[in-house]
Ligand binder design. Structure first.
Ligand code: 6R9
Length: 648
């Protein structure tokens, strides 16, 4: 493996950060030696109506799991995100909304205004029959009302279930049904990259099969034509008009559910990941402060969609609990052009920018021109999440976007973990491109082999977490047994993440991807990400995805799908160069056996490559491609099949 460079913490950042290296070491040690004491102290960071006296009650058994944090305390998430800031921040901006079309006006919503709107909607929901513990589905575009809807639910103790606006009516229906939601909040249409998404129409289709739904509340976003169902349908603005703005936040137990969020597993239907109130808020607000080194008054922009966990934790709950200004962006990175993100950063003076490697790679493909048209002088900290970042994209992010002065935090976590678990801290952790580095406070990552034996030192294995942390999911909605089975039965006593990881000689973690993505070639384990990183080093390559396929001699062979930069020619000579670059960067064992030039990769609408499909195509097995309906562009699959490389 090629030598990796280390990027030291810039002195100026370390001097002003919440945590520098000695402090990280001290706090981390304390959090592991005395978790009760550590969390008793840090649990106080949020507002409690009734302070907790009990910190933690956790049992990870092979067939019995329970997780409770701060469980005799009472609090409210909306109170934490809004009311507690009113005395000193009433007129400060809570939400900056940037619309899809830059010619439309941005909106600035103060904490005072957010308080009023959330309170009205909360009363409106009550009037529609929603009470504590009831579920509300939210199927919205990236508009401020999405956050308002989440917070209105939290205010009255209702449990929200946000469904990504890119999902089909069927996917929406199955999520509403599983949650037995009483109300759905949506918009007439969404707007993304100039295209309209018929959210209300999709909702109508979905709700036709959802007997639990008594009311649909619709935000007027575009004014496009919609069907109206008298008695069931309500305009959002009319619900607000009719409702009082006086709605005290409900006193919730720390362990009352805050939300359900559906996520795909390797098998079965999507799981309703359930998060509760107190621990989740402690974890998201604390990680938001320390991981992004957030300081009062800074503008924070997480580019995720609120339909994913990243949007929940780092657009809404974490930043707002800390009184930050959070940016909600309706659009996409390449509309109207590839400078869009950088222009938004300049326009709103964004200090902290948090995005996904897939977006970075897409923008990198456009070259430096669109970036260099903008100043980005406000930027201080950069972050990534969602997948391993290849060192080449990391360096481009660092050098071109951040002009070499902004630390990058590569944050590893999952829907299930609620918030960030493995990450650098900007003032404390020297970075290595491609490594999520070290555990956050209170997090005990362990690597185990397939038999569950703990592995020590520099090694690789299955990534488990040995003890609970406050933001951990508590159960799968309606199926606690599946929760125990999925996450705790494989390696009893530990939470199994489903990811593989490598730990280097400095104790840094390198996430290699889902364990089923790890290749075993002639007995050597290799992360597909490693090979992909090598391939994209080639200056003609825009993106690459690597999977394994059955190979007579090696066990698994390496199959590489490669997307070239616009205008590049697909030649045999180039194919050879790509094989050689893998050999050069990693070693002969990493040489792809087959390289397919592709025009696109099958991706979910959140930008994750669907490797299951790539594996099936590489395996020559098209009979069980599974559900391709959630793909951003289902057409790429046919193209991939047609151009599959012959192996016989
Ligand atoms: C937050 C989020 C979780 C899976 C996770 C892992 C991958 C996330 C990563 C990363 C490498 C990172 N992942 N962050 N891999 N480096 N910094 O993405 O949640 O959608 O549930 O996905 O994403 O494989 O297990 P979720």
């Amino acid at each position: 493996m090629s030598q990796v460079e280390t990027y030291p913490v810039p002195q100026q950042i370390a001097d002003n950060a919440w945590v520098d290296e000695p402090k990280y070491n001290k706090m981390y040690q304390q959090s592991i030696d005395d978790p009760e004491g550590f969390w008793a102290e840090h649990g106080k960071r949020i507002h409690w109506f009734k302070p907790f006296t009990q910190v933690k009650d956790v049992h990870f058994g092979a067939d019995d799991v329970h997780i409770r944090w701060f469980y005799d305390g009472t609090t409210n998430a909306a109170y934490n995100c809004i009311d507690q800031h009113l005395p000193h921040k009433k007129d400060d901006t809570a939400i900056i909304w940037e619309p899809d079309d830059p010619r439309e006006n941005a909106r600035h919503i103060s904490f005072g205004e957010l308080h009023e709107e959330v309170s009205r909607l909360a009363n409106g929901l009550k009037a529609l029959g929603v009470g504590k513990g009831d579920r509300v589905s939210i199927y919205m575009p990236m508009i401020p009302e999405a956050a308002t809807a989440m917070l209105a639910c939290a205010r009255i103790g209702a449990v929200h279930s946000v469904v990504f606006g890119g999902f089909s009516p069927d996917s929406l229906a199955s999520r509403i049904q599983d949650a037995e939601a009483k109300v759905v909040i949506t918009a007439d249409e969404g707007l993304r990259g100039g295209r309209k998404i018929p959210l209300k129409q999709n909702t109508d289709e979905a709700v036709a099969n959802c007997p639990s739904v008594q009311a649909v509340v619709t935000v007027k976003r575009t004014g496009g034509g919609i069907q109206w169902h008298d008695g069931r349908d309500h305009w959002y603005h009319e619900v607000l008009e009719k409702a009082s703005s006086d709605c005290p936040a409900e006193e919730m137990s720390a362990e009352d559910p805050l939300f359900i969020l559906y996520t795909s597993g390797s098998t079965g239907k999507p799981k309703g990941v359930l998060h509760t109130t107190g621990g989740y808020l402690v974890h998201t607000s604390m990680t938001h402060q320390y991981v992004f080194d957030y300081h009062d008054g800074e503008v924070f922009w997480c580019t995720a969609d609120v339909g994913w966990i990243t949007g929940h934790s780092y657009i809404v709950y974490g930043p707002l609990a800390n009184g930050a200004t959070t940016v909600i962006f309706e659009g996409v990175p390449n509309y109207p052009n590839a400078s869009r993100h950088w222009e938004v950063i300049d326009k709103h003076k964004v200090n902290i920018y948090y995005t996904a490697p897939t977006a970075i790679r897409a923008l990198m493909r456009e070259g430096n021109g669109p970036v260099e048209k903008t100043s980005r002088d406000s930027l201080r900290i950069l972050g990534t999440v969602g997948e391993p970042i290849n060192p080449e994209a990391w360096r481009w992010y660092h050098e071109v976007i951040g002009k070499g002065k902004c630390p990058i935090v590569d944050t590893w976590w999952q829907t299930e973990t609620g918030g960030i678990l493995i990450t650098p801290l900007p003032g404390a952790t020297p970075a290595k491109p491609g490594s999520a580095t070290l555990p956050f406070f209170g997090v005990k990552p362990v690597l185990v082999d397939n038999e569950g034996n703990h592995l020590e030192g520099a090694t690789h294995g299955n990534l488990c977490i040995a003890d609970s942390w406050p933001g951990q999911m508590r159960t799968i909605h309606g199926d606690h047994e599946r929760f125990v089975q999925t996450y705790f039965s494989m390696y009893p006593g530990r939470y199994f993440t489903g990811d593989g990881a490598r730990r280097d000689e400095d104790g840094y973690f390198w996430i290699t991807g889902r364990v089923d993505d790890v290749l075993n070639v002639s007995g050597h384990r290799m992360g597909t990400a490693e090979i992909e990183s090598a391939l994209v080093l080639h200056d003609k390559v825009a993106e690459a995805a690597v999977v394994g396929y059955p190979h007579d001699l090696k066990g698994q062979g390496i199959y590489a799908y490669v997307i070239l930069n616009a205008g590049e020619e697909e030649t045999e000579a180039l194919r050879k160069e790509l094989v050689d670059i893998c050999k050069k960067e990693i070693g002969p064992i990493a040489k792809p056996d087959l390289v397919q030039f592709a025009s696109g990769l099958p991706k979910t609408r959140s930008g994750k490559i669907m490797r299951r499909i790539l594996r099936k195509i590489a395996e020559d097995d098209y009979s069980s491609l599974g559900d391709t309906s959630t793909l951003a562009d289902p057409g790429v699959v046919d193209d991939l099949i047609e151009n599959r490389q012959n192996r016989s």
